[in-house]
Design a protein around this ligand. Structure first.
Ligand SMILES: Nc1nc2c(ncn2[C@@H]2O[C@H](COP(=O)(O)OP(=O)(O)O[C@H]3O[C@H](CO)[C@@H](O)[C@H](O)[C@@H]3O)[C@@H](O)[C@H]2O)c(=O)[nH]1
Ligand SMILES: [Mg+2]
Length: 213
């Protein structure tokens, strides 16, 4: 069956989370959607048994892969690598550490069929930032959101749980996208969304979804 959906997971030393994430994700997708979905970990040479864990899951029939980078490091560039290699026309990024609920992935994919860019936001009624966050982290997060305001209307542009229709990334000039750092969702929203970028539909299609944490 053709792969139309890709879930990209940047991962560094996440061996223990690979199995529960894979099982929960494909259980949430159900049989039909699982057949057209790939899960891809982009690992920066963790050498912690992540590769063997993925191979074991493959033997159990899960469509899960792992790309191991040996010459590059960094969250944003790992996400971009996964997006570029993705087979699916709908791509979602999420963390490996179960901070983002795999059970919300089907909802994001559904939204992506209608919208160019979707974000799992922590700033909506009923959801919130991690209760254990120390004060300094809350201050950094609030400051970053404020600084991003001129760039996007998105309520949570620092979210690591987001997706886009791959066609918009394919059309973009790779040179304009900064692959450094942690804020790849903001980077893509700011660079690809109008009026700053070439992809008018993306900003119009932006949709905010709720997600825990
Ligand atoms: N390949 C790769 N993956 C990495 C790297 N650094 C971190 N990761 C992976 O990227 C994900 C996020 O890393 P965390 O260390 O869990 O990030 P966090 O501090 O919890 O940050 C989260 O919140 C931020 C907003 O506050 C988000 O911007 C960020 O994406 C993430 O969701 C995890 O799956 C982790 O394994 C790296 O250098 N390389
Ligand atoms: Mg985390």
């Amino acid at each position: 069956m053709t792969i139309t959906q890709s879930v990209i997971v940047p991962a560094y030393k996440e061996k223990l989370n690979i199995k529960p994430l894979t099982q929960r994700l494909f259980a949430a997708l159900g049989n039909d959607a699982s057949n057209c979905t790939e899960l891809v970990f982009v690992d920066d040479n963790s050498q912690d048994g992540s590769v063997e864990e993925v191979e074991a899951l493959q033997r159990q029939g899960y469509n899960v892969k792992i790309t191991v980078r040996t010459t590059e490091r960094g969250l944003s560039s790992a996400v971009l690598r996964g997006f570029h290699d993705a087979q699916g026309q709908y791509v979602i990024c999420m963390d490996a550490d179960l901070q983002h609920p795999p059970e919300s992935v089907p909802m994001l994919f559904d939204a992506l069929k209608k919208h160019a860019f979707v974000v799992g936001t922590r700033y909506a009624p009923g959801v919130g930032i991690d209760k254990d966050w120390p004060l300094h982290r809350r201050v950094i997060s609030a400051t970053a959101r404020m600084m991003a305001r001129p760039l996007t209307e998105c309520s949570d542009p620092m979210s690591g749980f987001f997706g886009l229709q791959k066609q918009y990334l394919d059309k973009a000039d790779p040179a304009v996208i900064n692959s450094e750092g942690f804020k790849i969702a903001l980077e893509l929203l700011a660079k690809l969304a109008p009026p700053r970028g070439p992809c008018e539909e993306i900003g119009r299609g932006a949709l905010l979804l709720r997600c825990q944490n």
